[in-house]
Design a protein around this ligand. Sequence first.
Ligand SMILES: Cc1cc2nc3c(=O)[nH]c(=O)nc-3n(C[C@H](O)[C@H](O)[C@H](O)COP(=O)(O)OP(=O)(O)OC[C@H]3O[C@@H](n4cnc5c(N)ncnc54)[C@H](O)[C@@H]3O)c2cc1C
Length: 339
Amino acid sequence: MTDMTLAQNTSLLPYNTFGIEARAARYAEVQSADALREALRQAPHPVLVLGGGSNVLFTRDWPGTVLRNNIRGIEVVRRFKNRVWVRIGGGENWHTFVQWAVAHHLGGVENLSLIPGSVGAAPVQNIGAYGVELKDVFVGLEAIELATGKSRHFSRPACRFGYRDSVFKKAEKGRYCITSVTLSLSTGNHRINTSYGDIGKTLADMQISNPSIADVSAAVVRIRTAKLPDPARIGNCGSFFKNPEVPRSILEKIQQQYPALPHYGLPNGTVKIPAGWLIEQCGWKGKRTGNTGCYEKQALVLVNYGGATGQEVKTLAYAIIESVENTFGIQLEPEVNIL
Ligand SMILES: Cc1cc2nc3c(=O)[nH]c(=O)nc-3n(C[C@H](O)[C@H](O)[C@H](O)COP(=O)(O)OP(=O)(O)OC[C@H]3O[C@@H](n4cnc5c(N)ncnc54)[C@H](O)[C@@H]3O)c2cc1C
């Protein structure tokens, strides 16, 4: 036996950044792979693995067991000439790990500063921000199959990473707990990436012309703090929708009526359109319905003003999807996991 305990009828309110009240029939925090296996032996299924709860919307009580991943540890496991491989426990906080990397002069994750949540959830949607995605530094991960308790290694190709996507959102959805992630970080000659969003401008405001990875991290923290609502103050899960990728012909059709339509060309010939812009054009930005609404500074973010139910947020999300589809003929896809 391990130190695992299984609580009954537990409120999940403290464990999701949307601040939604939902209950789990059984709940436990696991500190090790052994404790996880023990919990899986005792736990009524279905089992939901939760990290920081910053990308989930609960629309109902969880009928089985919620297991919160608290498996810790950061360790350099291999050294190369200009790189190291670092293995991180799935229950480590992502931003705490980024701060650790920056403090140890290890480059590659500084643009991903201040993304909420756990390291174990980072591969699930291939977290990304400011021109960098997890897959850019990813080596592999260890996971435990929830149905059997068996260990499995996933290489980078096996994860099938895409834009806010991986095999853990598709074929292997809800089947594994990611217990550790190994990343490859540079030890010198860092590839500094300041071309995306406001990083260059913010560094200029900070009077920094030759930025270090610590400077880039500080700039990203500054931008994100100004732009995004702090879940500790106002419930949210960051971007609620993915930015749609459409064929160029659709872009050209919409541009006839909306010449100012922002877009980014992708290597495969399609174009990415900012979902926030589409939502704003439909008049949702800053609009409140009941206890939920569209954040006033960023239309892509749905917020809980206090006491909202998951169903309320879901209803708003689907009203937005319908309105964007009616106006632009583009179907938005939620980025948040609706449970
Ligand atoms: C203010 C704010 C800003 C954000 N900005 C960004 C951003 O810039 N870029 C970005 O990509 N995301 C962003 N997000 C979304 C979120 O931070 C990421 O998706 C993060 O990786 C979620 O981590 P988590 O531990 O909170 O996952 P959770 O919400 O706990 O879980 C998310 C999903 O992953 C599964 N899961 C969790 N842990 C594990 C595990 N160990 N093994 C297997 N499955 C698991 C869960 O079952 C669930 O389906 C933002 C969220 C907020 C609130």
